[in-house]
Design a protein around this ligand. Structure first.
Ligand code: ASP
Length: 323
């Protein structure tokens, strides 16, 4: 009897939170909504590697592709809210998709908890080296003359590259055929090979290829030039003001993830973006690094809601939707 009681006490103690393993006690799964080698994946690997040192546990990348990230976010929503599955996303996956996909069976804002805002980068207008235009005006003239022969890559409806293409169509009045990929990593390889001719692509994806002479660049779709490549004119300087889309990234967890875990992950992300080596790598790709205050879960959540209101209005007006 005595032995039984002692056993029961021990079992109860072992199950009590005081004796539970401190978080994180096993590897963390990081869902990435696009294919390996693209901008979201590269961000996940740079940030994830440093965060894992901070947390003392491995961060395992899980590329869940398709439908511009909405399959990945569905998987994240359905994951156990225990801090062992988190997701990286961006303006497209965690804002625009909520306005475009009419059949999502989850709510991107209500069913996920913000962990931290991550860096943002501008879109660049890039083509294969086979396209003969010398500047953006010549490119638009070329597209107008060859509309039926030109195609451009996107990471699916709602992705950053898709929103960029829509803004480009709207302002320039030109159009080309859009080809969806599971991420802009594979799309940019096809662009280099001239299988497709144009992309409105994140700087972090195309800058290395521009520097290597494998792609042509015409403009940065932002109000200001980027410090990573100050020679590239803005879209306004190149004659087409109004094509300005910045793709910010972020980390989320399923609703119900305990506050202490969110705070621990946030602290690891903040420490990561203070690391000079991480900053150098990201800045070299044209990424702007948010301040620790902007990265806080509450500030990030408010920012995401504001972005949602802004983009929902733009998308509803443009009538873009996937049933
Ligand atoms: N984030 C990219 C896009 O939205 C896709 C990717 O990361 O592969 O175009």
């Amino acid at each position: 009897m005595l032995r039984r009681t002692a056993f029961a006490v021990l079992a109860a103690l072992a199950a009590s939170p005081a004796l539970a393993q401190p978080y994180p006690s096993k590897p963390i799964n990081l869902i990435v909504p696009f294919s390996a080698g693209g901008p979201t994946d590269v961000m996940a690997r740079i940030v994830g590697e440093r965060m894992s040192k901070e947390l003392g546990q491995q961060i395992v990348i899980d590329n869940v592709t398709g439908a511009a990230g909405s399959i990945a976010m569905g998987k994240l929503v359905r994951s156990a809210p225990d801090g062992y599955t988190i997701g990286i996303g961006h303006l497209g996956t965690n804002v625009v998709n909520g306005a475009i996909y009419k059949n999502l069976n989850y709510d991107l804002i209500e069913d996920l908890v913000p962990i931290a805002l991550l860096p943002s980068n501008p879109l660049l207008v890039v083509t294969s080296t086979q396209v003969p235009a010398k500047d953006l005006k010549e490119l638009v003239a070329y597209l107008n003359a060859n509309a039926d022969k030109v195609s451009g890559g996107t990471a699916g409806m709602g992705s950053g590259s898709h929103i960029g293409a829509l803004a480009f169509f709207e302002v320039t009045g030109t159009k080309y055929q859009l080809v969806p990929y599971r991420g802009t990593g594979p799309a940019v390889q096809d662009l280099i090979a001239n299988q497709i001719q144009i992309m409105i692509d994140q700087s972090s994806n195309s800058l290395p290829h521009i520097r290597a002479g494998k792609l042509k660049v015409y403009a940065v779709a932002a109000k200001q030039r980027t410090a990573a490549a100050p020679d590239i004119p803005t879209t306004a300087e190149a004659g087409f003001p109004g094509i300005e889309v910045t793709i910010w990234h972020g980390l989320w967890a399923p609703k119900g993830t305990p506050r202490e875990i969110i705070d621990k992950l946030n602290a690891a992300a903040v420490a990561t973006l203070k690391d000079p080596e991480v900053r150098r790598k990201l800045e070299d790709l044209g990424q702007d690094i948010p301040t620790p205050a902007q990265m806080q879960p509450a500030a990030f959540g408010a920012f995401q809601r504001a972005e949602f209101a802004k983009w929902k209005a733009i998308i509803d007006k443009a009538g873009v939707k996937v049933e």
